[in-house]
Design a protein around this ligand. Sequence first.
Ligand SMILES: Cc1cc2nc3c(=O)[nH]c(=O)nc-3n(C[C@H](O)[C@H](O)[C@H](O)COP(=O)(O)O)c2cc1C
Ligand SMILES: CCCCCCC(=O)C(=O)O
Length: 366
Amino acid sequence: MGEPICIKDFEEFAYKTLPRNALDYYRSGAGQQETLANNKRAYSNYRIRPRCLRNVAETDISVTVQGEHVSMPVGISPTAMQRMAHPDGECANAKAAQDMGTIFILSTISTSSIEEVAEAAPRGIKWFQLYIYRDREVTRQLVSRAEHAGFRALVLTVDAPFFGLRLADIRNKFVLPPHLKLANFQGTKSTDINKSKAGSSLNDYVNSLFDQTIEWKDIAWLKSITKLPIILKGILNFEDAIMAADAGVSGIIVSNHGGRQVDTWPASIEALPEIVKAVGDRVEVYVDGGVTQGTDVFKALALGAKMVFMGRPALWGLTYAGEAGVKKILNIMKREFESTLAISGCARISDITPSMVVHKSYYAKL
Ligand SMILES: Cc1cc2nc3c(=O)[nH]c(=O)nc-3n(C[C@H](O)[C@H](O)[C@H](O)COP(=O)(O)O)c2cc1C
Ligand SMILES: CCCCCCC(=O)C(=O)O
């Protein structure tokens, strides 16, 4: 293969290179993986209706997110255990995002610690993704460490009280390779996913340590222990979006967890419009899942997202060349989005209007 020039090229490289245990963990969706496939396919159900003769000589793709200047509306979603893709793992990913001026979200389940990532990318806009542990002291400490390390927001994942059934991980009896650790928990029982079990060790980990009792009232608890803005990740309908806004969160990531939790949940882009309609002006709305092209970014923004995030593409970039690989991925997305924007008649993001993206049925009806 020559130099990769689109996200699919990086994916193909990773599929040929990564060990089976890691590749299957990264690529899998839940069940028969319909939602996983649909996340991508659903973008093809939308068409861009371009405008012309609108002076696009100079383009600006920067955006303000949670009050901060971000160079492009594409950031990096939290994905666990990135050192299986590259020895520098999350540190390399965060550095690439810093260099590109965009947001990096660190997973609780990372193989580089909060402090290591902060040291690697001190100037980057970093958000910390939080899972709430039954042991609230563990949770409290994660929050406090993220605050001290300069993370600027907490992303509370609300779609994973239990772990989705990912068949390949169960068949492979997934274990984290012995040279790697869950770096935020050195020396505690929360590190224990290196040992072989009957099925995937991930299911055991989540089911025994995450707090399945959390409810809307726990958002108030989280707010009481932090000053950071709270963003809920994993909302897929307007009812929950309204409750999130009522609970005083600062943002929502419309997400089905990359199709990894329950198969046949809607594609994220399908769920986005009803959420934007319900809460668009009250909280910032972002989306992830299946974003692999600049045209996807344009569509998501026209449908009301402020920003999109990508999970797996960054893992494929890491696999290819660590920090440089993720930078290449982000540069490709930047170039593709700039090209889509300008050639469709927009010089800046505020020029994108809802009427510029329609469901494909619009044309069937004409
Ligand atoms: C390998 C992998 C690990 C993930 N780990 C986490 C995690 O630790 N926390 C979380 O909130 N979401 C996690 N996610 C979900 C991502 O944050 C994101 O929602 C999803 O990957 C977006 O879809 P995409 O991969 O098609 O871009 C993970 C996804 C993948 C693929
Ligand atoms: C060790 C448990 C892994 C938990 C969560 C990681 C994740 O969210 C995923 O989708 O995988």
